[in-house]
Design a protein around this ligand. Structure first.
Ligand code: V0V
Ligand code: CO
Length: 146
């Protein structure tokens, strides 16, 4: 069951400048940063709020580490902006299988590693009314770990 907005993924050209915009404008602080080489991103997670299911909701700021990555290609075509939304679930395996059975393309056979040790998969935007949609199961300690 999908129980929260886990994050909104925002593509940017310069992660440090974008982090500074969110800090100066809204007061959001960086909760976590990492490089995910498989996905080709350098990212910063800004925690917005905790949620009643024990998880949390974040903004995920994404800078590409290479031009041929998903975010690099998307930025070249569209410029900066909202790249994807991510729903949180305790069971990314079961929920992605159930969604695949409904005829929506799930991009990975098995979930891959996401931010803060989470397990993630993606649904094709063309099957989701133009929205690249991610499903996330957080690592058990993700709401408190840096
Ligand atoms: C592409 N399209 C999108 C889109 N990206 N539509 C909405 N939102 C997006 N973000 C559209 C694009 O305009 C094309 O439509 C069509 O899909 C095919 O796009 P393409 O440019 O030819 O690109 P593809 O097909 O090579 O790749 C698109 C997909 C790719 C979605 C398959 O981006 C992908 O595998 N994404 C999943 C991985 C990902 O995004 N990783 C970065 C975040 P027209 O022009 O033909 O109509 S990593 C992350 O979130 C992490 C680590 C985390 O949360 O922990
Ligand atoms: Co994401």
């Amino acid at each position: 069951m999908l129980t929260r907005i886990d994050h909104i993924g925002i593509a940017c050209f310069d992660l440090d400048k974008t982090v500074e915009f969110y800090r100066a404008t809204y007061g959001f602080e960086v909760f976590h940063t990492e490089v995910n080489e498989e996905q080709g991103v350098r990212e910063a997670m800004l925690k917005i709020n905790e949620t009643s299911d024990g998880g949390a909701s974040y903004l995920q700021l994404l800078e590409p580490t290479r031009e041929d990555s998903a975010v690099g290609k998307w930025l070249a075509k569209n410029g900066e902006g909202v790249h994807h939304i991510a729903f949180g679930t305790a069971d990314v395996d079961g929920d992605s299988e159930a969604i695949r059975d409904k005829g929506v393309r799930v991009l990975y056979d098995q979930p891959r590693t996401g931010s803060m040790g989470s397990r993630i998969t993606f649904l094709h935007p063309k099957d989701c009314h133009g929205v690249l949609t991610e499903l996330v199961t957080a690592a058990p300690s993700a709401a408190t770990d840096h």
